[in-house]
Design a binder for this molecule. Structure first.
Ligand code: RIB
Ligand code: CA
Length: 322
């Protein structure tokens, strides 16, 4: 059964590990007036934590959104050694973009405190969090504030894989694999989780035509997005392969943000998601059970996407006057 949700909530925290696709997700959120972006929190993942925090501040500055505080977060997963995916994001995490020392404030206090404080001081269910990297910050926040899970609005996650198989191992997607213990905390907390896994992000590919549509927009944000997409296109060809002429690199992290702006772009199914935290072979595997009562299920799995609609949304928001 698909669930075409109404626009959920507008107050949003984005927790991320920029990362080139995180960068596209941030640029979309920075340009979307529908979203009240309360804060960006960063975590070690694609590249180390100090680099993801710097990168979030760089992207915020390019987008002209220094009104949004950036709070640095966890340097390592709850129990595992720090992960990394620099081969897909470049050594500095921003693809071909030359990093610079950003201006603008660093948020007052660490990510965990920011998540707890921002959510708990607002009405229950009114604040969503988009988790676009390992779930370490959110898991730590839930441990710090036991009421957080029930007070949170939708937790929209880029993570997991079922029908698509894994991208970091045969059976696991990178974000969940990097910190499976944190994923288990969040998935077991009772909060509402909407998962945008490889099953759906692999349907949303940055084809040549879609990249060119972004390149036609002459703004700093659009130029940055195009640069990230071009970098991913080159990496995809070299590391993963290019099976057909109209192929493209999958666009992972913008999917949860696109859903928050325009839910009708995706089809969701109620489910129960559990994660492997013991086996080394299947560490981070997401076991998705669709045989649930749809009226009580707390998890949903995105199963289909209007890929062109996602890119049209990104172009539409980037075109809007900055
Ligand atoms: O597997 C894709 C995810 O891992 C994305 O969030 C990407 O940024 C990397 O973190
Ligand atoms: Ca990410």
């Amino acid at each position: 059964m698909s669930i075409q949700s109404l626009p959920p909530v507008s107050s949003l925290i984005i927790d991320c590990d920029p990362g080139v696709d995180d960068a596209v997700a941030l640029m979309l959120a920075f340009a979307a007036p529908e979203l009240e972006l309360l804060a960006v929190t960063t975590v070690g993942g694609n590249v180390p934590a100090h680099t993801t925090q710097r990168n979030a501040r760089i992207l915020r500055q390019i987008a002209g959104r220094e009104d949004v505080p950036v709070h640095g977060g966890a340097e390592r997963p709850l129990k595992r050694p720090p992960a990394g995916a620099g081969e897909f994001h470049g050594p500095e995490g921003l693809g071909d973009l030359e990093p610079f020392e950003p201006t603008g404030i660093i948020g007052d206090g660490p990510a965990v405190n920011a998540i707890v404080d921002l959510v708990m001081k607002r009405p229950a269910g009114s604040t969503a969090i988009a988790v676009l990297g390992p779930m370490t910050n959110l898991a730590l926040a839930m441990k710090r504030e036991r009421r957080l899970a029930e007070h949170l609005g939708p937790v929209v996650v880029m993570g997991g894989a079922r029908s698509e198989g894994g991208n970091i191992t045969a059976s696991a997607e990178f974000n969940i694999w990097a910190d499976p213990d944190a994923a288990a905390v969040v998935l077991g907390s009772g909060c509402e989780v909407i998962a945008f896994s490889l099953d759906v992000t692999h349907q949303v590919r940055a084809t040549e035509e879609r990249i060119r549509a972004v390149e036609k927009i002459k703004t700093p944000s659009a130029k940055t997005v195009a640069s990230m997409l071009r970098f991913s296109q080159r990496i995809e060809r070299r590391i993963v392969g290019w099976p057909t002429p109209d192929w493209g690199a999958p666009l992972h992290d913008p999917c949860p943000v696109a859903w928050l702006i325009q839910p009708a772009l995706f089809e969701l199914r109620p489910c129960r998601i559990e994660v492997e935290t013991v086996s080394d072979l299947t560490r981070g595997h997401t076991a998705v059970e669709f045989r649930v009562d749809p009226t009580t299920a707390r998890h949903r799995w995105a199963v289909a996407a209007d890929a062109q609609g996602v890119f049209d949304l990104i172009v539409d928001k980037l075109k809007a006057p900055e």
